[in-house]
Design a protein around this ligand. Sequence first.
Ligand code: SPV
Ligand code: MN
Length: 626
Amino acid sequence: MNGYLEAIRPKMSDADYKELCAITNPKVYEFIAKSSDLCNCEKIFVCSDSAEDIAHVRQQAIATGEEAALKLEGHTVHFDGICDQGRDRQATKYLVPGGISFGKALNQIDRQEGLVEVKGLLRDSMKGRTMIVRFISLGPPNSIFTILGLQCTDSWYVAHSEDLLYRSGYEVFRQSEPNREFLRVLHSAGALTKNMTSAEHDKKRIYIDHMDSTIYSVNTQYAGNSVGFKKLAFRLAIRKANYEGWLAEHMMIMGVHGPGGRKTYFSGAFPSACGKTSTAMLPGETILGDDIAYIRDIGSVARAVNVESGIFGIIQDVNPEDDALIYKVLHSPGEIIFSNVLVKDDKPYWLGMGSELPKEGTNFSGDWREGKTGADGKEIPAAHKNARYAVTLKALENCDPELDNPMGVELSGVIYGGRDAKAYVPVQQSFDWEHGIIAYGASLETETTFATVGKEGVPEINMMSTQDFISIPLGQNVSNNLDFGKKLKKAPRVFGVNYFLRDKGNGKFLNAPQDKHVWIKWMELRVHGEAGAIRSPTGFLPKYPDLRKLFNRVLSKDYSKEDYVKQFTIRVPENLAKIERVQRFYQENVTDTPAELFEILDQQRQRLVEAKERFGDYISPESFEW
Ligand code: SPV
Ligand code: MN
């Protein structure tokens, strides 16, 4: 008899014990027993993914008060504490053994010191509570992409969210060899307020121990910090991918429908709150994933899977005009967890939903009425900007049928999108793989948003939109991306998009949110060689007649030449300044930057300087046409 199994038996029902015994991996018993011992839980609930077990998780989320039922069948709401409304960069650290550094740009702590600290915070954290054990398959089960995950948590909300967002893994664990590798996450919400939110924010810690494939998360409930298979497992997957020669990316995956009924798959990396989900969900196209992709070279072709099977999406600005599909899902019966919205008469409300909000209700601050101020004296909005919904992808009528294909889908295009008010045009195509990876991916700039705790609007480099999740030296990540494409028979085309370009004069956005649909359709045509392009110093630009046709066909809009010229003017000073910032970032923070990064940016600078000499600072796209 395994000693670990024996130790936890008294905390389990006979049925759960049997379910656990059916998994023959001793490391599973060990992780559960050590977690149980450290956190001192009263009971252990093993979720075998049966309908009965899942129903129990859902019931308990409501019974404990972590969630409350809403009016529509299957809808519930969950609130996180007022200081727990986003991922917390300060509290998230890599545990690194003495003498080793992940580089200046990554938050890290000595491994021994970190383990002592976080285990100290977890000690006895589950006293009187049940510890829930969940098994998950990241990526479709039984495929070359599959990574298995095991989470122990005392939050029924976390366990319930995992049901909506991930593929169940109990059966996969049960059928696996006893020595199968898996990722581990131990989470405790810690001490709770009477509203069942984590109370001790100063003691919030999310520590990543890559040496033991384990993540520790404590005193937080916000899903980005607590749902282990989202950004926590992602950080470990990036390391695994690094050693095994594939890519784990912060990318959506979508099927774009082109002429003659063809479907072309794109993946797209955008920092949080920069349009990733709304791009993936465009009506008429099919969504395969909205957040995390694993990409492998299979037979010299880039193939990708969605690591997840649901969406933890930002709800702000989901309205019938801009996001019709998801708006409908959010107003239909079916299982959905709303978080940090405003609730009034058991109905959820959010900012930018396209209709008036009630003047009072319950939100992340507790009882709320218009004008309520927080401890900082600032007015508390009706709902948090980072309020979200969790729903399974299969609830969407345009869920891509290849979602569970164990071979993934072939990627024809890769998109990088930042939040850049000044420099990059709305859409452009790179000259080749390397140029795209460096000039669009590694140079991706954004502003901090509400998706992380802290100040909004601070400009920063967010390399490939994975800056918050990178767990290897940054330069290594750039090299891995460069090498990946070089080995492919036909690398995906690389595009850069920027939904946030502003008018130089009045500061207004130059594009409507719907315009992204035109850019996507243009990219699809480019992949198949069916649209021309203008060679500019920063990439291939669309031609006006092609865009005019697409605006008309896709959005029934007239697209004026004047708008085109404004949007696609190459702004030389802003582009030069961007190159300067990007180079400085790598020079100052990244010791292992590949030389190719500086070379490609130098070439781009050279092209811009030459263009400036010929045409001046602000160059209409048509000047480059000859
Ligand atoms: C993001 O912020 O990129 C998200 C949500 O996808 S979180 O789970 O917080 O990472
Ligand atoms: Mn994300």
